[in-house]
Design a protein around this ligand. Sequence first.
Ligand code: HEM
Length: 154
Amino acid sequence: MEALLDALYGSALAEWLRFSRWGYASVNAAHILGLSLLVGSIVPLDLRLAGAWRNAPLEVLARVLVPTAAGGLALALVTGSLLFVTRAPEYAALPLFLVKMALVAFGAAHALVVHATRALLHAGAEARRRIGLVSMATWVTVLVCGRLLAFVGD
Ligand code: HEM
């Protein structure tokens, strides 16, 4: 594992990101765009599931917000991986980073299960409320962990 992390850190891509004038900044901006699309669409959808805006048709909201959230997550995953390689051994040793990754995995798995079981539209009101609250708590915590990474470690 250590060898893999060192290899990622020493790769040409990681070196380019560390030393190029705009490389890291552009990837960081794209990461923020991805997580904004994700959190900005998942929070209203989760609030609707939790019981807010009962008059707004869930099916219509889901048709717009689910693909937006999925696209944002895909962008955050790709750009987050690029940010990771710039300091791979350091991030992998940070408990906060590991918590963030565990929550990303949990949030993505939770969303896939909800999608696969079609629970978003077909579950009962109480189950939908639980789905919304679990999803919102997960992604907001991921966001906070991501931001706090800049304030821990060296
Ligand atoms: C595979 C998925 C992801 C990886 C590997 C990843 C990795 C990273 C890394 C390495 C940083 C730079 C931390 C630093 O030193 O300042 C970062 C920043 C950040 N990430 Fe992620 N991330 C991922 C997904 C996400 C998701 C899904 C969210 C939000 C829901 C998120 C939110 C943030 C935030 C808010 C920042 C701080 C941005 C800034 O202040 O410049 N990340 N991420």
